[in-house]
Design a protein around this ligand. Structure first.
Ligand SMILES: Nc1nc2c(ncn2[C@@H]2O[C@H](COP(=O)(O)OP(=O)(O)O)[C@@H](O)[C@H]2O)c(=O)[nH]1
Ligand SMILES: [Mg+2]
Length: 221
């Protein structure tokens, strides 16, 4: 009997996606729209960080946010209440965004009218790392309660991100999280990773992150 044919769908989808992501990045460069893809686990503090960031930058940059969730519009509503434009992508079961989904979001929000667009990717440390969204930079959050061993378990996310925000540092004394151990694991995977220790609750070091974003947008335009 003939063997069952095995079709490697994932590989094809990924290579198609890489091409679409490359084209999208070219378009964003031509438009001068800086896009940051923010990735993290559910509850790590993505929406909280965005709200703090918007507060610091909305008077100097035209900011938009593309929210992605399997369901619900709660995050887009929170962002809109902070005074900037937001659209919500419902991924309907997908655990990540790909370049085509991001393109739909960028068209929905009218990307050329913005200097800076954040994508809040689906909460997950695995699949979002595998799909290039076409964004100009990737940022990730790891929150203290998740533990300092996560780079060992989810290395790809720490490899594809340009900057790591270690969030919820206000809680560090309640945990056994060891910042030196985390830094060692991260730098082992990605020696020039930028690492900022922040709290989206207290606002601690969020100014450093806002400076990083401001500089990146300025160098881009
Ligand atoms: N203690 C503490 N709580 C935080 C911090 N950032 C976010 N949170 C809380 O963590 C929960 C999830 O935050 P959210 O921003 O919705 O996370 P998201 O799912 O990644 O968007 C909320 O209850 C936030 O108030 C922080 O820096 N410190
Ligand atoms: Mg959120």
């Amino acid at each position: 009997m003939e063997e069952v044919k095995l079709i490697q769908i994932k590989e094809n989808i990924l290579s198609d996606n890489d091409q679409a992501a490359g084209q999208l990045r070219e378009k964003l460069r031509a438009e001068k729209t800086f896009v940051i893809n923010l990735m993290a686990s559910p509850g790590a503090g993505k929406t909280s960080l965005l709200l703090q960031t918007i507060r610091r930058l909305k008077d100097e940059l035209r900011i938009g946010v593309i929210e992605a969730d399997i369901d619900s519009v709660v995050d887009a509503e929170k962002i809109r209440n902070s005074g900037v434009a937001a659209v919500q992508l419902r991924t309907g079961g997908f655990c990540h965004l790909d370049a085509a989904m991001v393109q739909a979001g960028l068209e929905g929000i009218g990307s050329k009218d913005f200097d800076l667009i954040f994508i809040e990717n689906v909460g997950n440390l695995v699949c979002p790392a595998e799909f290039d969204t076409g964004a100009i930079k990737n940022a990730m959050i790891l929150s203290v309660p998740e533990g300092d061993d996560k780079p060992l378990k989810y290395p790809l996310m720490f490899t594809v991100s340009d900057i790591l925000l270690v969030n919820k540092t206000d809680m560090i004394h309640m945990t056994d999280f060891d910042m030196a151990v985390l830094r060692k694991h991260v730098l082992g995977l990605h020696p020039d990773m930028e690492i900022l220790e922040v709290s989206a609750k207290t606002g601690d070091n969020i100014d450093l992150w806002a400076d990083w974003v401001r500089r990146a947008v300025k160098n881009f335009s």
